[in-house]
Write a protein that binds this ligand. Structure first.
Ligand SMILES: Cc1ncc(COP(=O)(O)O)c(C=O)c1O
Length: 571
């Protein structure tokens, strides 16, 4: 037998199965099923015969146990903590469709209440009813399947309004553009591509704190700019883009050129985090230029996956052409959204969270996430093995604090000491983005950072290793999202495992170096050999395939390495 480079395991096992002697099993023999040894579970075609449900449950559950453990999935912003009471509410309402307005009026009412709560949390303008003395807002919004759908709707509203204005002035609507930073999550770029809007990507640099370079915004604005997406909580590092500074700049641009560039804030994570842990940060509807905001209920809204929100501070900002009146299922409904049917239970969990946690609960949870993230950042830096690119552990002086935290103190809100402590640091999400320290990189250039991620994975922790945005494409970062499920207890395990992994790698590197030193190849060749050996082990061979992809995609002079996996695609 010759050793081929690649064995197709599925083909080989099917071949062997065909020729193997097998016992015949009948449906009566429930203690063992034909799928145990006689037959593989159908993967590509619906089976002809039915199977007992408990057996199918068993097989699916067994296979799913190969997945990572959600609590240890530190790659994701999406909440993984669902309490028993939440689960009961979810189970009770799992069959309710959020599209059935007439059939489930209480569910639809909960959606409206959540929109009002978010609108107040984000300081939408209010008027007081002269008769009742009650506060009223003219906010309009909807639940969505996530921030991605919410961003599409917000972008569409910007585009339609720009079109209406241009048409009224008898001007061309052929070439709309939208501004965003290169650290934008893929959903923002998708909006531009799917809805034929030019994507004006503003570069990010180390100097601009890995978020939008504000000094480059003005040169991208023209009469065809439909708006700007400002990101509250970069997916790469968690840093907040300076919404107020951008708003002031755009006021100046409007004065100079007449171009009125409206802001949509992508608060996928920050929309929930900022109001509770940075109470004096001005980023929301308090800024007149901010027209709409999105957030993900399933991230720091603390529901399970499947919920986003988008709000416009005034119903006038949602063009009529995006709304549909439907005479359907027994009533006339007004809808806007990309999806029609979708699960109703995440909305119920959201309202449940608002009621049970209140401001107090959300603040306490996020304060503990931020303080754990700060601890992890300081630990990694102090170890000397890592440098941290995220910012929430970076202390600021009073002058900088006065520039960032400008919202006057609201006497009606109780602020806890932790919140004001947070305002002694740069604002951001509880995210730790880090990489090998310069010293480690220079001393051990043979160690691919991805192998560190693989070693942590072997211990159970999922800490992804990605390339930064296309602007900083050569930089790889590791990222930990500190959600409420990363308790101090687990954090202690994580830091212990980080040190163990890095020390194992440096020791292995020294050992391999001493073995190949006897071979008299050049130092550069030795390093490349060890690096590719480790990289191949770390990626289970995937990196070998990528080397081939480089040859296809990385044509010199064409821009960024398109094969590279960056944080854009993560959630
Ligand atoms: C800044 C940002 N915007 C948008 C999204 C997309 O959100 P969703 O997964 O809720 O669609 C993400 C996901 O992480 C994000 O971080």
């Amino acid at each position: 037998m010759t050793l081929s480079k690649h064995i197709n395991a599925e083909v080989l096992s099917n071949k062997l199965l065909k020729s193997a002697a097998r016992q015949k099993l009948s449906q009566r023999e429930l203690y063992i099923s034909k799928y145990d040894s006689e037959k593989l579970i159908p993967k590509y075609e619906i089976p002809q015969d039915s199977s007992p449900d408990d057996l199918v449950y068993k097989y699916l559950t067994e296979e799913l146990s190969l997945d990572g453990i959600p609590t240890l999935n530190l790659a994701s912003f999406v909440n993984t903590n669902v309490s028993d009471t939440q689960l009961r509410l979810i189970t009770d309402n799992v069959t309710k469709n959020l599209a059935d307005n007439d059939e489930y009026p209480s569910l639809i009412d909960f959606q409206q209440r959540c929109i009002s709560i978010l609108s107040n949390l984000w300081n939408a303008p209010t008027t007081t009813d002269p008769e009742t003395g009650l506060k009223r807002t003219n906010t309009v919004g909807t639940a969505t399947t996530g921030s991605s759908e919410a961003i599409m709707l917000a972008g569409l509203a910007l585009k339609k309004r720009w079109q209406e204005k241009r048409k009224a002035a008898g001007k061309s609507i052929a070439t709309p553009n939208i501004i965003m930073a290169t650290c934008a999550q893929v959903a923002l770029e998708k909006f531009a591509r799917y809805f034929d809007v030019e994507d004006r990507l503003v570069h990010i640099t180390e100097e601009s704190g890995h978020v939008i370079d504000v000094s480059k915004i003005k040169e991208n604005v023209d009469e065809n700019t439909i708006g700007i997406f400002v990101i509250l909580g970069s997916t790469f590092t968690g840093a907040f883009e300076p919404v107020e500074e951008i708003s002031i700049l755009l006021d100046e641009v409007e004065k100079e050129t007449g171009n009125d560039v409206r802001i949509h804030v992508d608060g996928a994570s920050g929309g929930f985090v900022a109001p509770f842990v940075y109470p004096h940060l001005k980023w929301d509807f308090t800024l007149p230029r901010v027209d709409s905001i999105n957030t993900s209920g399933h991230k720091f809204g603390l529901t399970s996956a499947g919920l986003g929100w988008v709000l416009w501070k005034d119903a006038e900002l949602l063009p009529k052409s995006l709304k549909f009146s439907l005479d359907y299922l027994g009533g006339v409904e007004e809808t806007f959204g990309l999806n029609f049917s979708r699960p109703g239970f995440p909305v119920i969990t959201q309202y449940y969270n608002f009621l049970t946690l209140g401001r107090e609960g959300y603040s306490k949870i996020f304060n503990s996430c931020i303080s754990n993230a700060r601890l992890l950042s300081n630990f990694l830096e102090k170890s000397g093995y890592f440098e941290v690119l995220s910012v929430i552990h970076k202390e600021i002086d009073l002058k900088r604090a006065a520039q960032i935290y400008t919202l006057p103190h609201d006497k009606n809100l109780k602020h806890h000491r932790e919140e004001t402590t947070n305002e002694k640091f740069e604002p951001g999400l509880p995210v730790v983005a880090f990489r090998f320290s310069k010293e480690l990189r220079e001393t051990y250039p043979e160690i691919p950072q991805s192998i560190f991620s693989t070693l942590l994975r072997n211990k159970g922790f999922i800490v992804p290793n990605y390339h930064l945005s296309p602007d900083e494409g050569e930089k790889e970062i590791l990222r930990v999202v500190v959600r409420q499920s990363l308790s101090l207890n687990l954090l202690e395990k994580l830091v212990g495992d980080c040190i163990e992994a890095i020390e194992l790698l440096t020791k292995s590197c020294k050992d391999v170096r001493s073995i190949i030193a006897a071979k008299h190849t050049s130092e550069q060749e030795d390093r490349e050999l060890v690096y590719s050996l480790l990289l191949s082990i770390a990626s289970g061979g995937v990196e070998d395939v990528k080397v081939e992809q480089h040859k296809v995609f990385d044509v010199p002079g064409t821009g960024h390495g398109k094969h590279k996996r960056s944080y854009r695609g993560t959630c």
